[in-house]
Write a protein that binds this ligand. Structure first.
Ligand code: ZN
Length: 149
């Protein structure tokens, strides 16, 4: 577990203990459910979109520190983004945690960059990406539950 400890940086732990935008969103225009059976992480992501802009975003669920912190930081990153920007951020984040090549330029990632170390831990990649895949399903208005398997 010593290797994993490096992953649990202060930002991740802080968001795990005090997740942001952690509530339901009655006026959401889209939502999706996600489940990561490998770890048991469950997340529900709510989006409120107005004129192609994500004006509000929230999540509920229960999961490990990585999945909860990832969802929390994601909600902060998405608020105010256009749908196109949200799609681009999904791709950038996905590359950050899955690609084996050079890390993408983290300048535009802000706090999301703390997940750069996740790629070293394949079991944790699904924890980190669950909320993002779920958000993408909501963005695309897909109604099927998302599973990482
Ligand atoms: Zn997990």
């Amino acid at each position: 577990m010593n290797d994993l400890r490096d992953l649990y940086q202060d930002t991740i732990l802080e968001h795990y203990k005090k997740p942001r935008n952690f509530h339901d969103l009655p006026d959401a225009t889209a939502h999706a459910d996600g489940y990561n059976p490998l770890c048991g992480d469950k997340v529900k992501v709510y989006l409120k979109m107005t004129d192609g802009v994500v004006t509000d975003v929230a999540f509920e669920g229960s999961g490990c520190a990585i999945s909860t912190a990832s969802a929390s930081i994601m909600t902060e990153a998405l608020k105010g983004k256009t749908v196109d920007e949200a799609n681009r951020l999904f791709t950038t984040f996905h590359d950050l945690v899955t690609e084996q090549g050079p890390q993408p330029d983290s300048a535009g990632l802000g706090k999301l960059a703390v997940f750069g170390g996740v790629r070293e831990f394949p079991m944790r990649v699904k924890c980190a990406t669950l909320a993002w895949h779920t958000m993408k399903a909501a963005l695309d208005q897909k109604n099927d539950p998302v599973s990482t398997e």
